[in-house]
Write a new protein. Sequence first.
Length: 442
Amino acid sequence: MDIRETILAMDIDMRQDRRDFLRNLGILGGGLLAATSPWLSIFADAGDTTGEKLKLGIIGPGSRGRFLMKFLVGNSKVDIVAIADVYQPSIEAALEIVPNAKVYRDYRKLLEDKRVQAVLVATPLNKHFQIVMDAMEAGKHVYCEKTIGYDMDQCKKMYDKHIETGVVFFTGQQRLFDPRYIKVMQMVHDGMFGEITKVRSWWNRNADWRRDVPEPHLEKFINWRLYKESSKGLMTELACHQLQVGTWAIGKLPTRVMGHGSINYWKDGREVYDNVSTLYVFVDGRKMEWGSDIANKFYGLEEQILGSKGTVELERGKYFFEEIPPQPAFIQMLNEWQSDIFGDTAFAGTSWMAETAKPNIGKYILGKKPEADGSSLLTEAFVEAAICGRQPSGILEEGYYASILCLWGHEAITSGQILDFPSEYCIDYDVYDTSTSKTEHL
Ligand SMILES: NC(=O)c1ccc[n+]([C@@H]2O[C@H](COP(=O)([O-])OP(=O)(O)OC[C@H]3O[C@@H](n4cnc5c(N)ncnc54)[C@H](O)[C@@H]3O)[C@@H](O)[C@H]2O)c1
């Protein structure tokens, strides 16, 4: 089997033993996967940690924190010994998952707890920085939810603190551990979809993004996503995930960004946009578009990788080659029937008919509809890394740049300017050649 056949034949099952999982992906033998998703190497050492238990503290066990705790309590290598939160309902809900955990109301006290070796930080965005800096200073390994910092300066300081202290630092970019994404990135990097000229992503909803507030004075605390002091809205909450997929596919960082944001529909006192469009441009002119509109959900969310030989739609979990194999008679008949109708209609010229999208049902990347994301594997990887005290290559760098990209895009929106990549936020990461950021654009 050549590499293409091997990739296409891979049916990655997340319930497999991790070494089998890696063997199927090809990582134990090295090769393309190691270059595409090097952070998976953390599982190659899984055998060495058998019988170990990581003493973990959860800071901010709200909605996301508790979601991740459900995976963590199922992991025999983890003991959640402590939680810290400032909101009693969150503490009570977390205690239903970990009834024996010690409760702290001040996260600094949790950091003083000598048993705690690592922390998972899932507080609102504006609280990440101080907590993560203090945790690293206290020598704890850190998993911090995305977006890591409230601005690019904070992100860089967090990264530098990790380098200075040497503690493990993971960010909440679960797509990096989603077998669907891992498999497709190998296909993309192997050239199976030809030259990738554009990545187009969006995240649409028809919902106000509000949470019920038990008492009016808690509005900004509960609905922190809607206010500027605690959030940068759709860019930091949603774009962060999808922009990382784009740079992972193209293998470069964009060098320019422009964008626009507005509040068009949910004029309910919120301060963050409900309608955002951004365009990231690479040095050779390739593009990454990202947008979000939360007053229409028809197109839902998607990450499309557009190549000269094919297309990937990652949220649907499918890929499509440009050359469609012979179609079943029924679809052919439907096409011919539609052509006949429009062909006879005066306003429907034939010039564009030939270019309307043809039915192409594509193939599921994993052979079936996607069922889960990479969150469970991401937490497992963090546990392995924290136990070994070993930072796997690429995991932080991908998360760091994902945060930088969404915050940089947010700056373009708020300034109304076309911005060049801020080279002061470049870090040491071979995969993205940042030297090109100074090259003239095509
Ligand atoms: N990776 C993902 O797919 C994903 C999904 C959802 C949320 N998130 C991220 O997770 C984080 C939390 O989001 P959420 O939806 O769980 O928010 P949330 O409001 O449900 O939970 C935040 C928790 O932090 C607590 N908190 C606030 N200030 C605190 C402090 N100073 N010390 C300790 N606890 C404090 C709150 O009381 C609450 O329990 C955000 O950064 C968000 O972007 C990531």
